[in-house]
Design a protein around this ligand. Structure first.
Ligand SMILES: [Zn+2]
Length: 133
């Protein structure tokens, strides 16, 4: 569910993912956004960060054992009351990064011989050399 407001944007998306895995992908994605991280709350799965004009946070909330909400909130440091400009750039960037990484993550399989996580495109396991399918 996306809500756009004066100078900010809130988005909440649901993924079929373990919370720990979702959290790791969130951290990797935020790392690539070119923002400054202010606080990483490992206990509550919340990361707070900012760039030159926005304050943002992402939270990973469990729905059940297999699904999570990934919530991102972005607000301008100073509200521009009379501006109708969309302020969704950072939110879109974050979910693009997150969903790309998720696709990469899901493109992995486990080697049937050694159990190593390897690319689903690999013909041979780089770890043990087993031929894949
Ligand atoms: Zn292997």
């Amino acid at each position: 569910m996306r809500i756009e407001g004066a100078g900010g944007c809130f988005d909440d998306r649901i993924y079929d993912l373990d919370r720990g895995i979702a959290w790791n992908i969130v951290l990797l994605s935020v790392n690539e956004m070119g923002v400054t991280v202010d606080e990483v709350d490992e206990a509550r799965f919340i990361i707070k960060f900012h760039n030159k004009d926005k304050i943002m946070q992402v939270a990973v909330q469990p729905i059940d054992d297999e699904a999570v909400h990934v919530i991102m909130d972005s607000t301008k440091e100073r509200l521009q009351i009379y501006s109708w400009k969309k302020e969704t750039k950072e939110v879109e960037l974050f979910y693009d990064l997150f969903e790309n990484k998720l696709r990469e993550f899901r493109a992995f399989i486990l080697c049937p011989q050694c159990g190593e996580k390897i690319s689903s495109l690999a013909k041979f396991c780089p770890e043990c050399g087993a031929k894949i399918k």
